[in-house]
Design a protein around this ligand. Structure first.
Ligand code: ZN
Length: 366
């Protein structure tokens, strides 16, 4: 028993040494741009087993950060969304200056909200939940611009390096946890709402709901609101008048039940599915953009907003797609631009995929 356990531990140590060596190669040839106000940030590092194993570190400059990465190649590196007067002090002595606003959108959360019935291991994504995750991130960007008046320059989007995206607001806005919670509720469509002044030119959710309905009306897709055939016929017989009414915010043609369905379908369409816990935590340590993710071996890359729609995992792969590595794997089917697996037993894979599965802890070096 002991021997077996030792063998298992050794195996894991070997994998971690291997991954760390690959990470070191990467950091030796790639410069990582540090966060703004780097010297006021707290940094944390993780190992194979723990995303944040040690914290309360700081770097005086980007140069120092890069020297550290080259030397130590941590499996994870995170930094504080907060700026502190004393970033290396213990929590109660740090003296927070302010805290950036960051949103996290993860495929697991998205799949849960949209009841996608994904049948894969939660470590992975499928085409369905990942596509929806991109949509939710796009929704968030639209909200930030249209409802909160931010410009593209004030929004930074990163691949999380795993199953989703992090959206950072690059602007000093001082909001406490409570205000952040309210914003998350708003973005997720968790709102108290009455059907008043719901017009296509209304701002916020009301405008979205009116426009969504009118769009479905024009396309003949009213079934999404679970309106029955008889009522649909009635709607199209009165379409001109109805459109005019909606322009004026008059929905009296519809029953309470239908209005509730219209609201629900609109929320499903536009919800951002942000993880509230991440945004409300003022002391959160979050993945450093452009650093490697220890659960995938991918880079948490900054991406252009205009490139989000066409995001491909290919863009965050850093290790070789040509070199082959033999691993012992045990996993089901998973999606990375295309489907891979299932794998059971020894298999020769491109280096990046072998590292991905090792980092996911479903494969070991053969
Ligand atoms: Zn899925």
């Amino acid at each position: 028993m002991d021997e077996k356990m030792n063998e298992k531990t050794n195996e894991k140590v070997n994998e971690e040494i291997f991954v760390r060596k690959k990470f070191q190669e990467y950091y030796s040839s790639h410069y990582v741009k540090g966060p703004k106000y780097i010297s006021s940030r707290e940094f944390g590092f993780g190992t194979f087993d723990k995303k944040i194993e040690s914290r309360h570190f700081s770097f005086s400059s980007e140069y120092e950060l890069n020297s550290y990465l080259k030397r130590n190649a941590p499996i994870y590196i995170s930094y504080s969304v907060a700026k502190y007067r004393y970033p290396t002090a213990r929590m109660d002595k740090k003296e927070m200056i302010s805290s950036d606003i960051v949103f996290d959108i993860d495929a697991n959360e998205v799949a849960g909200f949209h009841k996608l019935n994904c049948d894969h291991d939660k470590k992975f994504v499928c085409e369905k939940c990942f596509e929806k995750t991109i949509e939710c991130t796009q929704n968030l960007i639209d909200f930030l611009k249209e409802d909160f008046g931010l410009s593209n320059d004030e929004i930074e989007v990163n691949s999380s390096g795993n199953r989703g995206f992090h959206v950072h607001i690059i602007k000093d806005i001082d909001l406490d946890s409570n205000a952040r919670r309210k914003i998350c509720n708003y973005l997720n469509g968790n709102i108290q709402f009455i059907f008043e002044n719901v017009r296509p030119n209304s701002g916020g959710w009301k405008g979205r709901i009116a426009n969504f309905f009118l769009d479905k009306l024009r396309k003949g897709e009213l079934k999404v609101f679970r309106i029955n055939k008889k009522k649909i016929n009635e709607i199209y017989q009165n379409i001109t008048k109805l459109q005019k009414n909606i322009e004026e915010g008059n929905w009296s043609f519809f029953s309470k039940r239908i209005l509730e369905n219209i609201k629900r379908a609109s929320i499903e369409k536009y919800s951002c599915c942000v993880d509230q816990q991440v945004t409300i935590d003022l002391t959160k340590l979050i993945r450093l953009p452009d650093s490697l993710h220890g659960e995938t071996g991918f880079v948490a890359k900054r991406i252009k907003i205009s490139d989000l729609d066409s995001f491909k995992f290919e863009k965050i792969i850093v290790f070789s797609q040509e070199n082959k590595i033999k691993v012992k794997a045990d996993c089901g089917k998973f999606f990375l631009d295309e489907y891979f697996g299932p794998y059971k037993g020894e298999v020769e894979l491109p280096e990046y995929l072998a590292i991905y599965l090792i980092c996911k802890k479903v494969a070991s070096l053969a």
